[in-house]
Write a protein that binds this ligand. Sequence first.
Ligand code: DX5
Ligand code: ZN
Length: 235
Amino acid sequence: MSVSPGSMSLQHQFERMRQSAPAVLPSMLMCDFGNLEREIAHLTEAGVKALHLDVMDGNFVPNLTYGMPVVAAIRRLTDLPLDAHLMINHPAQYVDQFCEAGADSVTFHVEAVDDPRPVLARIREQGVGAGIALNPETPLEAITDYLDLCDLVLVMSVKAGFGGQAFNPVALDKLRAVRDVAPHVLREVDGGVNEQTIAQCADAGAQLFVVGSAIFKHERYKPIVTELSELAVAR
Ligand code: DX5
Ligand code: ZN
């Protein structure tokens, strides 16, 4: 399906993502970029409710992926909410451009900035969801002062940079702690989430579950998205 950008208000799109929780978000890092339209159609048919876009700059993280033009290309192909995960230095410089490209939430790493406040404010000014991410080795205290300015917290269960890494359970305590101290903030987990680890994330309070390799290693996406979605319901 092709939609014109801006056909739906961005804030509305973030609310749509929030209301879809618990939701499995495919990380597009591992999709076939030569067949983006087919991949998105396939994921939509599998029932996904939003797409997670991993932006890496080869600087904040050693890996390099894609930037605004690819986000804009994905925007032209779908009206699903787009969740941009910026693993880049100087995220404030790029917030407006990612929003113009069609992101509905913009999440940056607390480790990448001196002061998250102006960045969160800038994202909210753009009318999209403002997210802050933290790596496994970063304590929750690094973000607690900013939770009132956040719409979303992205708890990394691998060190940001590469798909296909093993799940680090340190994320579980952080998810529980975010639920306790800021229940209004949407909780997202990212890294090593699969059939073995997703239920514990749900029990710890995760609401959005980013999944890369566990989906894209399959030929057909619907069975695995269905299975993961069923396991993502907290007991
Ligand atoms: C890691 C990225 C993740 C990653 C997820 O730096 O932020 O979104 O691609 O991939 P898996 O599910 O394979 O860990
Ligand atoms: Zn990610």
